[in-house]
Design a protein around this ligand. Structure first.
Ligand code: HH2
Length: 264
């Protein structure tokens, strides 16, 4: 899954895809480099990022969704949003699935919109609101962080099913770096099979995140490519089925090697 943030303030690729043509070039390159999913977002979850209205978010993402559908029709498009109104308009504009970093917590209508459209959904674990979910404000776990993350994801799955989503429509994501210290994120990666055992395909997104910076000492997010690729290869070995990345070619190389090696 290639990341395309159509935002001025995302922590790593803010401002990079600021014209339609640049976003389209990135989509074409992502497909060529081996991405099958293209994740388009119009609101950053970086702590301190400016909150955006539905209208602003739509004006950022809809033109990109429509253009990518035409220019690179084989890409599966996900809309990265916590807002049901944005999800609805994006699905109508040609997106195939919703990627909700709140796992349907922040908008009561989200699961209904996904179910009405027969779409797929990435249900990610996080806590808190958009402004603080990527901070440590809610990073208070018992020693067994995995148990709590799995319980909270299971509760979200219950809500999704109640709204009419079929299990085949659901992907789970432990939410690396969301309301988690680096120690929490490492525990989730090390014990990823426990998330996999919930019975849904698992997505992992560690691309260029603070965790990688802390482990490698590489300060600039755009330079955290090797550390990210190693974490993603490791995640695939532990059962992840979708990797969300800014750096498709490097990730593809790492994942191709990881799938050929026997898991531990
Ligand atoms: N991480 C980010 C955004 N969306 N979606 C899923 N499913 N999993 C993730 O780990 C995830 C996500 C944050 O990264 P990014 O989009 O690069 O930054 P920003 O929130 O600043 O736009």
């Amino acid at each position: 899954m290639a990341i395309c943030n159509v935002t001025p303030d995302s922590f790593s690729d803010g401002g990079v895809h600021d014209t339609l043509e640049r976003a389209l070039q990135f989509a074409a390159a992502a497909w060529r480099d081996g991405a099958t999913i293209f994740d388009i977002g119009g609101e950053s979850t970086r702590p301190g990022a400016t909150p955006v209205s539905v209208e602003q978010e739509l004006s950022r993402v809809i033109p990109v969704i429509e253009a990518v559908r035409k220019r690179v029709p084989d890409l599966i498009i996900t809309i990265d949003t916590v807002k049901a109104d944005v999800a609805r308009a994006a699905l109508q504009a040609g997106a195939h699935a919703v990627n909700d970093v709140s796992g349907g917590r922040l908008d009561a209508a989200m699961f209904d919109v996904v179910a009405e459209h027969g779409a797929g959904m990435v249900v990610m674990h996080s806590r808190g609101g958009v402004a603080d979910m990527a901070s440590l404000a809610h990073a208070n776990y018992d020693p067994d962080v995995l148990a709590q993350v799995c319980d909270e994801l299971t509760a979200r799955v219950g809500q999704a099913r109640a709204a009419g989503l079929s299990d085949a429509a659901i992907v789970l994501d432990p939410g690396i770096g969301f309301s988690k210290t680096s120690a929490h994120s490492l525990a989730l990666l090390n014990e990823l099979p426990r998330v996999v055992s919930l019975g849904f395909p698992v997505l992992v997104g560690a691309s260029r995140k603070r965790l990688i910076g802390e482990l490698t000492g590489v300060a600039a997010p755009a330079k955290r490519v090797i550390g990210s690729a190693v974490v993603h290869a490791f995640a695939v070995q532990r059962g992840a089925r979708i990797i969300r990345t800014h750096d498709v070619a490097a990730t593809r190389e790492a994942v191709s090697v990881a799938v050929a090696l026997d898991p531990p």
